[in-house]
Write a protein that binds this ligand. Structure first.
Ligand code: WT7
Length: 632
């Protein structure tokens, strides 16, 4: 899919307008300077923000890879995302524009009114006993309250854990229990393609036996019937009507290294990894990378389509734009409901200038044809972005020619939940190559290595590693330092192992190929084979299962499961439907396998490990490789 098409260029140069407006025109020079002294580069960016106490040491690597940034400094990400704008020119600027899925409601918040809303939520959380360091789980649809909830936690120095509101009760329970959350913030339901998804019911199931959850805060969104436990559950609008919600609320000044949030992501075992990010470094990193790569300015209306339940939503829907004093747009629904031009009509209506989305969405919209795009005036757009998986050149060119009308540079941004911020990405003045994520961000060095950790020559595929620490890097896996070391730092000594394969070309551009571990990217969502397998084997008919990812035209990868059934059960179409539904309710609808293949046994090593690589090779009709460890 990465083969360039012969009739179109393989490299796109920024046009005059882009160059004229680019904040960073001399990117080679900035790249060189940052390479010479990366720490000084980040120090300079950190000085553009407000600190109540200056840091004394920019990077503390004494206990590497437990890096610390801006040590001794005090701030709060909310001080910079909201408070500092209230005394400046952005006080009355729009921070957030929101539209409902049915198109009937629009809500707008200036920085001033966003502060009011966040303060109210913070006062309510405080009244419910939330204090600095406490964990709060947020399970909300794409509505403005997800901003208020995250920012209110941060304001108090509490640690938020946002769970994508498509995860099942089982997945939610595991994450609430692991984080020992005191409070859960949810809604009575969410709108999905015109119907209600019962968020509150799922929370009820998830917290029934929770040893830690004391209060559940419920936002009224759909008006659907829900059960309220009088001792535990509170309507948010009831509490905001009380005096407790009124008045100012201090933005608690915390150490730069104070935890800001936990975000669960899939790893290679069934237990999701709790990635921990902190106030100071994460703030500097998301602020600087969004500013450089998207060149945000006061004239922009920025739209990132990600859900707040993923890292993209954290870094580049909520925090990054606010840190930059930008105007963001948030839309409650999906791309093609009720019609395949929903997104294009929103871009036209709201005059979106910068639009950031995932290749899978581009591919699915491309399928409906150009006419859906062409009936809208998209002349407001000036810059496009993609994230989540490699973009095939065909989809890139469609995005460029049809959506961007050949006028808008596309910023392909490579990064991870763990990195917190972009690691490989361009700036608008940098020429782009369709399908390549570009070059390492200023101050970063990326190297492609072989299995032993030795760098490979340009053009050769290998494992992608990062060499320099960066401010928004995860600090550890929450309460699992050993897993942090083993997964990321002990694979190739002294390097951060990304888990991706990639190659670098002769111009220093990086071409990411995909995951090399037991993680599958399905429609840009990250799923672990072990999570899917444990969801499916929790069904009484299934003895054993192996999940693999196979290429899919729109989703990038699709999940295929090989299942061994218990005696007395037959593989049938009904069984397949039942198992797919079982995965949806026990993990998430996004994890539903495309295919289930019933087999007598699974290929295993002599030590009993499932050889997914063999299943993949067989499915693709490829060489099965070294089978010397195969049992039997
Ligand atoms: C994995 C991380 C970080 C934002 C959302 C995903 C893949 C991410 C790109 C890109 C090729 C990409 C990698 C990475 N990935 N962006 N621009 N080009 N691949 O975060 O869920 O933590 O997944 O997504 O495989 O390791 P995530």
């Amino acid at each position: 899919m990465t083969e360039p098409q012969s009739d179109l260029p393989d490299i796109y140069y920024p046009d005059e307008t882009t160059l004229k407006n680019a904040r960073i025109r001399d990117w080679q020079q900035v790249e060189e300077e940052a390479a010479a002294d990366p720490v000084a580069y980040w120090e300079k960016r950190a000085r553009e923000l407000t600190w109540s106490k200056p840091w004394t040491r920019t990077l503390d690597d004494d206990d590497a890879p437990f890096f610390k940034w801006f040590v001794g400094g005090k701030t709060n990400i909310v001080t910079n995302a909201i408070d500092r704008h209230l005394d400046g020119p952005h006080k009355n600027k729009l921070a957030l524009l929101w539209q409902s899925e049915d198109g009937k409601e629009t809500r707008t918040f200036s920085y001033f009114s966003l502060n009011r809303a966040v303060t109210k939520m913070a006062n309510v959380l405080k009244a419910l006993g939330v204090r600095k360091g406490d964990r709060v789980t947020i399970y909300l649809p794409r509505i403005p309250e997800v901003f208020f909830a995250m920012l209110a936690c941060a304001k108090l120095g509490a640690v938020h854990s946002v769970i994508f509101a498509g995860f099942s009760a089982d997945a939610l329970t595991a994450r609430i229990d692991d984080s020992e959350s005191k409070v859960v913030i949810t809604a009575d339901g969410s709108w999905i393609n015109g119907s209600v998804f019962p968020l509150k019911d799922i929370v009820d199931q998830a917290v029934r036996f929770s040893p830690t959850v004391e209060n559940v805060l419920v936002i009224k969104r759909t008006g659907s019937e829900v059960t309220m436990d009088p001792l535990r559950d509170h309507w948010y609008h009831d509490l905001t009507a009380l005096p407790i919600a009124r008045g100012a609320c201090e933005t608690v000044q915390v150490d730069a290294e104070h935890p800001l949030f936990i975000l669960y992501t899939s790893g290679s075992t069934g237990k999701p990894k709790a990635v921990l990010h902190t106030h100071g470094g994460y703030m500097v990193g998301t602020y600087a990378t969004l500013r450089d790569t998207f060149d945000l300015n006061d004239g922009d209306r920025y739209w990132c389509t990600a859900d707040a339940g993923w890292i993209t939503g954290h870094s580049y829907v909520v925090y990054g734009p606010l840190l930059n004093g930008a105007t963001s747009f948030m839309y409650e629904g999906g791309p093609s409901y009720p019609h395949p031009d929903r997104w294009w009509s929103l871009i036209e209506h709201y005059g979106i200038t910068t639009f950031y989305t995932a290749p899978t969405a581009i591919r699915s919209l491309m399928r409906f044809g150009d006419a859906w795009v062409n009936r809208h005036d998209l002349s407001s757009l000036r810059l496009l972005g993609t994230v989540g998986e490699p973009i095939n050149p065909e989809a890139w060119r469609w995005f460029y020619e049809i959506v961007g009308q050949g006028r808008c540079p596309i910023m392909d941004t490579w990064w991870q939940t763990e990195t917190g911020m972009f690691q490989i990405a361009g700036v608008p003045a940098m020429p782009q190559k369709p399908g390549s994520a570009g070059r390492p961000i200023f101050g970063q060095v990326a190297e492609i290595v072989d299995e032993k950790g030795d760098p490979v020559p340009d053009g050769t595929e290998g494992f992608l590693t990062l060499l320099n620490p960066w401010p928004a890097m995860m600090r550890t896996l929450y309460r699992d330092d050993q897993r942090y070391l083993d997964t990321y730092w002990n694979v190739y000594a002294g390097r951060y192992a990304t888990g991706d394969s990639a190659r670098r070309d002769e111009d220093g551009y990086y071409w990411v190929i995909g995951r090399t571990d037991d993680i599958i990217k399905v429609s840009g969502h990250r799923l672990g084979t072990a999570e899917v397998e444990s969801a499916i084997t929790s069904h009484s008919a299934v003895a054993e299962a192996a999940a693999i990812g196979l290429p899919h035209e729109i989703k990038g990868n699709a999940i295929h499961v090989y299942a061994v059934l218990n005696p007395g059960h037959q593989g049938s179409r009904e069984m397949t439907e039942e198992l797919r539904a079982h995965v949806a309710t026990h993990l998430s609808p996004i994890a539903k396998p495309d295919e289930i293949i019933y087999v007598e046994s699974l290929p295993k090593t002599r030590s009993g490990k499932i050889m997914r690589r063999v299943l993949r090779a067989r499915a693709l009709g490829q060489d099965e490789g070294d089978l010397s460890t195969l049992d039997g």
